[in-house]
Ligand binder design. Structure first.
Ligand SMILES: Nc1ncnc2c1ncn2[C@@H]1O[C@H](COP(=O)(O)OP(=O)(O)OP(=O)(O)O)[C@@H](O)[C@H]1O
Ligand SMILES: [Mg+2]
Length: 245
């Protein structure tokens, strides 16, 4: 495995609360890692630490062998290289779908408008919303907006995309259209770290499932092994709760 993201003994506190406890994990290039675990276990904090939206107290995080920059041009480059898709789509409300996708490539990557437009239209086509390019985000369904958010992340040619519960704000009938897009990306070899409770996605697309509880990585195994034979009581208990819903 060619490592892309390496966390080594990462700790983080919010005041008295120890939210990340000695986290060590390596994600290889092209790997898809699903992170699951109870609410408050530190999944979002972990994602946010990887693109440095949060600082860590100690330990190291490297991406492509380079330690996370703390500020300046290095940090901007890191943010450009690490895509992020959140639960809420975070599109710019007053910009068209096309402009939402071209903004980063023009401002950060220095692409010409023509070049950025062409690539954006290809990506919007790929996620199935090219015909919405001239609209404003509010004129699209939640599922369509989330696919635009994925196209926007891809437009930066990221080394890695972090997804934090990308389908949990969507109506049920829209969840699959977003998951299908993500499965496709996974097949194409994108490196992905995905916080989700969508077990179908984990089974279909994940190379590994990482189970977190109380700020610790409790299990890190192949999806089939994890779902059919969880080792820890925490994971057994968690799975019994989510799989009966
Ligand atoms: N900015 C913050 N300040 C203080 N405490 C925080 C902050 N952000 C998160 N926490 C706390 O850190 C812990 C981990 O939060 P985090 O959001 O990472 O959990 P999570 O696993 O993503 O949960 P969920 O499944 O509900 O999204 C929680 O106890 C949370 O209350
Ligand atoms: Mg979270």
């Amino acid at each position: 495995m060619d490592p892309l993201v390496v966390l080594d003994s990462v700790n983080k506190h919010y005041g008295e609360l120890h939210v990340l406890k000695d986290i060590s994990i390596t994600v290889g290039k092209g790997e898809v890692v699903v992170i699951i675990g109870p609410s408050g276990s530190g999944k979002s904090t972990l994602c946010r630490a990887i693109n440095r939206l949060e600082t860590i107290d100690d330990g190291t995080i490297t991406i492509g062998g380079t330690p996370l920059p703390t500020e300046g041009a290095g940090l901007a480059k890191l943010r450009a290289d690490v895509g992020m898709v959140f639960q809420s789509f975070n599109l710019f409300a007053h910009k068209t779908i096309l402009e939402n996708v071209t903004l980063g490539p023009i401002k950060v990557r220095g692409k010409s408008k023509a070049e950025a437009d062409k690539r954006a239209m290809e990506l919007l086509d790929r996620v199935g919303v090219a015909n919405q390019a001239a609209k404003l985000p509010a004129q699209l369904s939640g599922g369509q907006q989330q696919r635009v958010a994925i196209a926007r992340a891809l437009a930066m040619d990221p080394q890695l995309i972090l997804f934090d519960e990308p389908t949990s704000a969507l109506d049920p009938e829209m969840i699959n259209e977003v998951l299908d897009t993500m499965v496709q990306l996974a097949k194409e070899g994108m490196t992905m770290i995905v916080v989700t409770h969508e077990m179908g996605f984990a089974r279909k697309a994940a190379d590994r499932v990482v189970f977190m509880a109380d700020g610790q990585i409790v299990e890190d195994r192949k999806p089939e092994e994890f779902f059919t034979n969880p080792q820890s009581d925490r994971a057994k208990d968690f799975l019994s709760k989510i799989l009966t819903h």
